[in-house]
Ligand binder design. Sequence first.
Ligand SMILES: CN1c2c(nc(N)[nH]c2=O)NC[C@@H]1CNc1ccc(C(=O)N[C@@H](CCC(=O)N[C@@H](CCC(=O)N[C@@H](CCC(=O)O)C(=O)O)C(=O)O)C(=O)O)cc1
Ligand SMILES: N[C@@H](CCS)C(=O)O
Ligand SMILES: [Zn+2]
Length: 770
Amino acid sequence: MTKVLSSTIGYPRIGEKREWKKALEQFWNGNITESEFLSEMETLRTNDLQKQQDIGSDLIPIGDFSLYDHVLDTAVMFGFIPNRFKHKGGEVPIDLYFDIARGNHEAVASEMTKWFNTNYHYIVPEIDSDAQPTLTENRLLPYFLEAKEKLGIIGKPVILGPVSFLKLAKGYEQKDFKKLLKRLVPLYIQVLYELERAGAEWVQVDEPILTTPMTKDDLHLFREVYDSMQNGVSSVKILLQTYFESVDHYQEVVSLPVAGIGLDFVHDQGANLESLKKHGFPKDKYLAAGVINGRNIWSEDLDTKYAQLENILSKVEKDRLIVQPSCSLLHVPVTVTTEEDLDPVIKNALSFADQKLEEATVLTEGLNHGRHTIEKHIEERTRCIELLWKSSSRNLEDVQKEVELWKDIEPKRPTHYSSRQKIHQDYFELPLLPTTTIGSLPQTKEIRQARLKWRRGEWSDEYYQSFIEDNISEWIKRQEEIGLDVLIHGEFERNDMVEFFGEKLDGFAFTRYGWVQSYGSRCVKPPVIYGDVSLTEPMTVKEITYAQSLTKKPVKGMLTGPITILNWSFVREDISKFEVTKQIALALQKEISFLEENNINMIQVDEPALREGLPIKVEKQKEYLEEAVYAFKLATSSVQDETQIHTHMCYSEFGEIMDTIDQLDADVISIEAARSHGELISDFEEKSYEKGIGLGVYDIHSPRVPGVEEMESNILRALKVLHPRQFWVNPDCGLKTRGINETTDALRNMVKVARQIREKINDEVLIIKK
Ligand SMILES: CN1c2c(nc(N)[nH]c2=O)NC[C@@H]1CNc1ccc(C(=O)N[C@@H](CCC(=O)N[C@@H](CCC(=O)N[C@@H](CCC(=O)O)C(=O)O)C(=O)O)C(=O)O)cc1
Ligand SMILES: N[C@@H](CCS)C(=O)O
Ligand SMILES: [Zn+2]
């Protein structure tokens, strides 16, 4: 029988209630043994496979599961272990695997960066110049056999393709790219061959890099690589998977010598469908059509999706079509069913990973057995979506009018930076190389449990508030004792830098278990923007002013910026993202004026997600960046001259957005730099940046306390490019994931280094850039 198939590109690995995270942390803390840990992981993995089978997916991914990160898995599988971990070759022990990701007492962790335009972070593979790829272990094989033997599932193993893998890696010279690729391909063939022998019918090879700009040479290489790979095996079918955008070179991509091509029909703004209609699709190939949005949490309008698939079927035979989400479901929470406290109007319009797979199977069933067989589902979805779209929360006249009022005004600080800088120098009287931190201080188990007790009603508001104040007070004392120049209150009252603000603003809803993996065991619970956003009362004033009352040193106000709140939330889709960002920016503008009214004149507005949201397609980037600058300035530029606006960014490559960073017109930016081992500095060299800048002097992701020499060399390197009056000394990012002792020791070392260098500058021992 001709049959359309349904498929999953990847499934969330964290479990319905973050069981994965809990097991990992218990293992790292030594509370469970390695075999207990691995057995818990097996249970989670097989439960997830069983669930997908019960939902009715035809092609179930294998090996998308990971003990930390799938890019790290690929690096380890092919033997790319950085030399500093002194691995002697062969299979990689589990401790070493985690050391690469997290660092150990002797060696710093590998760099971590954003996975394309998502809030997922991967471990950047490091390919030392003398690296010889070897197959340390075919990690997909045991997973494949496990599914086959335990559950009777003939899974679809998933692997990151060689071209994307190498392009995402670093450490090797560009001239060695082809040589490395040539060495890698036979190893990939070996993996495919072993899977074929074990009974695999399909293997999904992810090449998301194909949605980024590709040269002719790249495309030629793709052809060579996949020619070798598909011809290197006999029966197993390669499904070359792309996602997050359209492919620019549609004809070249769909004609690559593989059995199937996976395209994103959601985040392509119609481009893939247009190409399909214009150029058709090779008769001998399967098309895996990503029509279910793998990045949002809203139910699909099944009527529209069905029509879209019928459209696709005008160019592809039924028995060559696969229906699937647009990308891995790693980026959405697991299931809506456990959400008991949500307003039913919102809940009924939501769709998390399990529901998205159900949508794919329903559509597949309709295509196979006729639309009438799924008519009820279609009507039900339409009804739920309409109910939310018509809700009054989406039509708040006051909010919309205020956005409209700003339409013709350009938000801009009245005084130029060069004058503001002098005003701030007199106002704050900070020394050269002022020391500070990024905002959060250790969120200990005690703090998280206190919040849980308060949320459950076991602690009163007053009791919880005084607990938070005790923590603030303890840390103000500690920061003074350490000798930091600009203090922070520590963000103890915040569960997360976005969720916290979402809870305080109107127009947001919260899930209980809507977690998504951010990096390693760390998860975030993005709030849901379902209505118009507005601020009714101050969100941060109480804690900041309390902190400021305890010290004469400046305490920075601490806010999350409009672009980051937007990018790290799940956003309504009935109006443009820019409209929502402006609503958030105006709410923040009010908060900033509340802070100023309370004499807080140094205010940090974090925008770590600004770079992440940069569209993959170059032609869409300008508009995004202009809108981001507008929103940031809308939030921050209505302040007095004395007020010093800071911002902070992390986990990204910043070179290509240097102009935007400048246009934000923030007086000071702190930016992640330590993990990339100083590479960022050259961007500032080229740009001749004038405003205040704190290039993170140590990596906060590792429990290891950074040494004085290491930080000293980071600072001295930066001072070759930046003036010491510009340069701030701070860690890479917030300290919420670190312990109290390691944080205290690290900050002590940091202040010591800053003071030493400051003295050398004052004594003119150190010649500085004028
Ligand atoms: C700066 N980063 C952030 C990103 N995205 C965000 N939305 N927020 C960010 O800060 N992207 C880039 C980076 C990623 N970095 C991190 C760093 C750290 C975390 C993290 O620590 N996440 C926590 C969850 C945070 C949270 O909401 N905690 C709640 C407690 C929730 C909970 O677990 N409760 C328990 C009981 C408490 C206990 O017993 O310990 C329960 O309900 O069972 C809170 O503080 O109230 C994590 O644990 O993963 C994320 C991203
Ligand atoms: N102020 C936040 C920024 C994280 S990107 C923090 O310190 O955690
Ligand atoms: Zn950060």
